[in-house]
Design a binder for this molecule. Structure first.
Ligand code: NAP
Length: 548
């Protein structure tokens, strides 16, 4: 589509000229590179890590695996790829997903356009040339027409500023930045802070190794059994026989996955006790996040949601022998308003004699000491501490860079009261700047892979449109952006999502504005994106080719 690729490094100014710079070499960055290269563009991906994989490169904690099934959590853009790749388990482990991503990088010869160990420090838009200047920590100076952020939603780790954090004399680990060599907890006294999805996966495995594991829980999380296991060849073959149709059906699901589990429309509020019990029991036995598809009103009606909460709380009490521990583990918030966890032996782990649960909901951790953690007036001594304290989600990775649009407008400044985007893809004042799975798009509420593919394809089509129509730049109008932000909030407000302190709202990071960031509902979102294009990029301002 591109007429002529832009010239390479200009000796005069030492600035390498490109058509597009992509930041991040996870699932989003790799596919974006592949797509734009297919369109004849000269592209460079900048990646801070020393390997590809994004979230699956960093999150190597024990037990890390995806909570979306492997036959669904994979690319669909290449039929050959999806037919040939063999998954081994119902839910793929982190090492297997990383192997898959590396296979994709090799298969599509992507590595030659990826620069590893390179962190973007600044990206700024130059009105005169209608292009982006990008600088890195390695001294790279790049100029590109398009700047595409594939920086991931959960990539900037959140390490709370506990008093005395640096005083601890033993090793500390964050689940989101796990050592590549792994950690052997054998014989150690381990403290873990946090009980979100990462901790729920790591705790059972650390407990098997450690001499003693102490879990500091601020908010209990709902978890359902994942029921992971080997993926039989015949199951793979039957899906592969109709893979495209399977993908299509999944894309019509509210969260872009799980079509084979029947997300029912019936209301829990109208079901009998027997119907509720039968449906929840069957989903508990099946395992995984489709538990939330038991009834159509679970995420919309407090009474309906209570029925699911009661069911899980009963399961916790059935599983955990110590009634007081079971009660402490029993969440009271809306099921699903913090991300539902899928586990292997999470609640069972609290029956082990070497595991202690410490409820810090009413008494925050006082400080980290040289020997461990002080909480509830007590000193807990540890050989090492694990922080499973999550991420500065959706905006954190973007704010780690100095990004400036038209007239030096800083992204951090523009979004100081919360992110503002049009379609989660673009933001006013930042021409030719795209965010893959950005705030205001379904992203983290969906199977990330189809969400990423939909964004990559939308961006690639948009770039091709600009090229073939001789436009220099595209950016949303403030009016379209304002209307989209209002719409994202209005949709969220019809659900129960905003009712608890989740990272969807930024509530996990002190001082972060409380704004619901993702868009609820994949199919209506895709329809809106397509409609915008069909109407000639409705809501966008397109500028003629720059004379500069
Ligand atoms: P998370 O869900 O944000 O959990 C962080 C935990 O740390 C929470 O229990 C939180 O308590 C606690 N915490 C934070 N600050 C604290 C403080 N100052 N004192 C005490 N406790 C504190 O993070 P995550 O577990 O890493 O998961 C993040 C997301 O990544 C998930 O929701 C999911 O989308 C994704 N993920 C997916 C998988 C999977 O596919 N299976 C696995 C891991 C992660 P509060 O709840 O009280 O804030």
């Amino acid at each position: 589509m591109m007429s002529e690729p832009r010239s390479k490094t200009s000796a005069a100014d030492n600035v390498r000229k490109l058509d597009a710079v992509i930041v991040g070499a996870g699932f989003a960055g790799l596919y974006m590179l592949h797509k734009l290269r297919e369109q004849g563009m000269e592209v460079l991906v900048l990646e801070a890590a020393d390997g590809v994989g994004g979230t699956w490169y960093w999150n190597r904690y024990p037990g890390a695996r995806c909570d979306v099934e492997s036959m669904e959590y994979s690319y669909q853009f290449s039929d050959e790829l999806q037919q040939q790749w063999q998954w081994t388990e119902r839910y793929a482990s982190q090492p297997e997903i990383l192997k898959y991503i590396n296979h994709v990088a090799d298969r599509f010869d992507l590595r030659r356009d990826i620069k590893l160990n390179t962190q973007v420090s600044t990206a700024s838009y130059d009105e005169g040339t209608a292009s982006w200047s990008v600088n890195t920590n390695n001294g790279d100076e790049l100029s590109a027409r398009f700047c595409i952020m594939a920086t991931g939603c959960l990539s900037s780790t959140n390490l709370p500023k506990f008093k005395g954090l640096d005083d601890f004399t033993g090793p500390t680990y964050h689940t989101g930045q796990w050592p590549h060599a792994g950690v052997d907890f054998t014989g150690l006294r381990v403290g873990i802070i946090g009980t979100g999805s990462s901790a729920v996966q790591a705790i059972p495995i650390i407990a098997e190794q450690a001499k003693h594991l102490t879990v500091f829980q601020r908010t209990p999380n709902y978890s359902v059994p994942a029921r992971n296991g080997p993926l039989p060849l015949e199951v793979q073959q039957s899906i592969k026989a109709e893979y495209q149709q399977f993908r299509k059906t999944n894309n019509q699901m509210p969260f872009a996955f799980g079509s084979k589990y029947n997300f029912r429309e019936d209301a829990a509020t109208e079901a009998t006790q027997e119907e509720l019990r039968t449906e929840y029991e069957q989903r508990w036995r099946t395992g995984g996040l489709p538990f939330l598809g038991a009834f159509g009103d679970l995420l919309f009606d407090m009474g309906a949601n209570d029925t699911a909460g009661d069911f899980i709380r009963n399961k916790i009490h059935e599983t955990v022998q110590d009634t007081a521990v079971a009660e402490t583990l029993s969440p009271r918030q809306v099921v699903g308003c913090k991300r539902l966890c899928a586990d292997t032996n999470y609640y069972e782990t609290y029956n082990r004699p070497n595991v202690t649960l410490v409820d810090i909901s009413g008494d925050p951790i006082e400080c980290i000491t040289p020997d461990g953690v002080r909480a509830k007036g007590e000193n807990f001594e540890f050989d090492c501490i694990v922080f499973a304290t999550g991420f500065d989600a959706m905006t954190g990775a973007l704010f780690n860079m100095d990004i400036r649009g038209r007239d030096g407008l800083e992204l951090r400044e523009k979004w100081s009261a919360g992110p503002r985007t049009y379609l989660g893809l673009t933001t006013a004042g930042f021409p030719n700047f795209f965010t893959i799975s950005g705030p205001g798009s379904p992203s983290v509420l969906t199977n990330m892979l189809p969400s990423i593919e939909q964004h990559v394809e939308w961006i690639a089509d948009c770039v091709a449109y600009l090229q073939s129509n001789d436009y220099a730049s595209i950016e949303p109008s403030s009016e379209a952006e304002d209307a989209w932000v209002d719409h994202v909030n209005a949709v969220a407000d019809t659900t129960l999502y905003p009712t608890c302190n989740s990272w969807y709202l930024g509530a996990n990071v002190p001082g972060k504005p409380r704004v619901f960031m993702p868009y609820v509902g994949f199919p209506p979102y895709v329809e809106k994106c397509n409609e915008v294009v069909a109407k000639g990029y409705d809501g966008f301002k397109l500028s003629a080719v720059s004379q500069a």
